[in-house]
Design a protein. Structure first.
Length: 416
C-alpha cells in the first residue's frame, strides 16, 4: 500500500449524475403552462372539444338507447300485424279473414283490441272525396280506408271533436266516417256541431269524429275511415289484401303472433302471415352502433385537431426557449430530462383539456335529457376514461417537440 505524502492532492472524485425529481418536474410543467396562460388555454381547447364530444356522444347514445327501449315497450312491443296472403298461396282463395276476425283474436289472452282494415279500391278507380254533393273541381284524392271499430281502438286515437264509430255503426252498416284533422282542414270541416257530411263519389257520409293524434297507425291522420261492413256493401270485398292491427299486453305480442293464424283460420293458417314486433335488443344495438360510429368519428377528428394544436404550440415553445434549454443542458441537465419536461407540459395541457371536456360533455348530456324529459345515462367508465384520453392525446402530441428539444446542443443554444 502506497503512503500518502502530507499535503498531496486528492484525485478528483467522479461527478454525480444530475437528477430530475418528480416534484421538480411537475413544478416546471405548471410554470411552463402558466407562463403563457392565453396560449395554453387555446392549445387545450382542441382537447376540450374532442373529449367533450367523446363524453357527450357516449352519454347521449346511452340515453337515447334507454329511451328507445322504453318506447319500444310502450308501443312497438305491444303491436302485431296480420297480413292476408291467401292469394299468394292459392289464386282461387277468397278473403282469408273471417267476418268475426276481431272477436276471435280478442278472445285470446293478452289481446286488448283487434280489427281488420284495407284501402278502398273500387273497380272504377279511387273515388273522389268532396265536401259538397256537386262540383268536380272541389274533389280531393284522399285515401279511403275501410276499418272495423277494433282498428280505431287499437290505434288509440286522440279526438279533436266527436267520437270514433263503434260496433253499433258497423252492425247497422251506418254511412259514417272518421277523418284526420289534416283531412278535415282540406275539406273545410271546422266543427261537427252542424253535422257535416262528406261525399265519397256520390255516396254521402256523416262525419262523426275528427282525429287529432294517434299512438299507432299514423296514416289515419291523412285518411277517411269508414266501417268495414259499410264499405263491403258499397264497394264489395277488398280489392287488395286486407290486414289486421292487434294491440296486446306487454310481453304477449310474440305469443299472439304465433296463435293468430290458427285462431283465425284453423283450416288454412298458411293464408295468414303474422308479423311480430322486432327484438328490442337487436333494435337497440343497431341504433347504438350507428350513433357510435357516426359521432365517435367526429370526436376522433376533434381529438386529432387538439393533438395537432398541442404539438404545434409545444414545438413553437421549443424554438422560443432554445436559450433556456441550452442553459439547462450546460448546467448538467440530460437529454431525457428535457424530453420529460416537455412531455409533462403537453401531457398536463391534454389532461386539463380532458377534465374540462369531461365536465362539459356531462353537462351537455344532462341538459339534453332534461330538455327532452329523458333520464340521463352516463356510464362511470366513460367519465373515468375521458381525462385519461386527454392525457394520452397530450403526451402523444408532445413526443416530437420533446425529441427536438432533447437534440438541442448546449453550445449552439447559448450562442443564440
Amino acid at each position: 500500500m502506497r503512503a500518502r505524502w502530507p499535503g498531496a492532492r486528492r484525485r478528483p472524485t467522479a461527478v454525480e449524475p444530475s437528477s430530475f425529481a418528480l416534484r421538480d418536474l411537475l413544478a416546471e410543467a405548471v410554470a411552463g403552462i402558466l407562463q403563457r396562460p392565453g396560449r395554453s388555454g387555446l392549445t387545450a381547447l382542441g382537447t376540450v372539444l374532442g373529449v367533450g364530444t367523446f363524453v357527450a356522444v357516449l352519454g347521449l347514445t346511452a340515453t337515447a338507447s334507454s329511451q328507445i327501449d322504453s318506447r319500444f315497450d310502450l308501443l312497438t312491443a305491444t303491436e302485431v300485424t296480420v297480413e292476408d296472403v291467401a292469394r299468394e298461396r292459392d289464386e282461387f282463395a277468397g278473403d282469408a279473414f273471417p267476418k268475426d276476425a276481431g272477436e276471435r283474436i280478442e278472445a285470446l289472452g293478452g289481446v286488448r283490441h283487434a280489427g281488420v282494415y284495407w284501402p278502398v279500391r273500387p273497380a272504377g278507380g279511387a273515388p273522389e272525396v268532396r265536401s259538397s254533393p256537386v262540383g268536380d273541381a272541389s274533389g280531393e284524392r284522399i285515401e279511403i280506408v275501410a276499418a272495423s271499430p277494433g282498428v280505431l281502438d287499437a290505434a288509440v286515437p286522440t279526438m279533436a271533436e266527436g267520437r270514433p264509430y263503434d260496433d253499433y255503426h258497423a252492425r247497422s252498416r251506418q254511412p259514417v266516417a272518421v277523418v284526420g284533422s289534416a283531412v278535415a282542414a282540406r275539406l273545410g270541416i271546422s266543427t261537427l256541431e252542424t253535422r257535416p257530411a262528406l261525399f265519397i263519389g256520390d255516396q254521402p257520409f256523416t262525419v262523426i269524429g275528427v282525429v287529432d293524434d294517434v299512438e299507432r297507425k299514423a296514416d289515419v291522420l291523412m285518411s277517411v275511415l269508414v266501417p268495414d261492413t259499410t264499405a263491403r256493401d258499397l264497394w264489395g270485398p277488398p280489392a287488395e289484401s286486407a290486414r289486421m292491427l292487434v294491440s296486446t299486453e306487454v310481453g304477449a305480442a310474440r305469443q299472439i303472433a304465433d296463435e293468430a293464424p290458427v285462431a283465425l283460420r284453423p283450416d288454412h293458417p298458411e293464408y295468414l302471415k303474422a308479423i311480430p314486433p322486432p327484438d328490442p335488443k337487436t333494435l337497440r344495438s343497431s341504433v347504438t352502433s350507428d350513433l357510435n360510429q357516426l359521432f365517435l368519428l367526429l370526436a376522433g377528428i376533434c381529438l386529432v385537431i387538439g393533438a395537432v394544436g398541442i404539438a404545434n404550440t409545444t414545438l413553437v415553445a421549443v424554438l422560443e426557449r432554445t436559450g433556456e434549454i441550452g442553459l439547462r443542458r450546460a448546467l448538467g441537465a440530460r437529454g431525457r430530462h428535457v424530453t420529460t419536461q416537455f412531455l409533462a407540459e403537453s401531457g398536463a395541457l391534454g389532461a386539463l383539456g380532458g377534465l374540462v371536456g369531461t365536465s362539459l360533455g356531462t353537462v351537455a348530456v344532462v341538459a339534453v335529457a332534461v330538455a327532452r324529459d329523458w333520464t340521463p345515462v352516463v356510464h362511470p367508465g366513460t367519465v373515468a376514461a375521458a381525462p385519461v384520453v386527454g392525457l394520452v392525446t397530450g403526451v402523444l402530441a408532445g413526443v416530437y417537440p420533446a425529441w427536438r428539444a432533447a437534440r438541442v446542443q448546449p453550445v449552439e443554444a447559448l450562442r443564440r
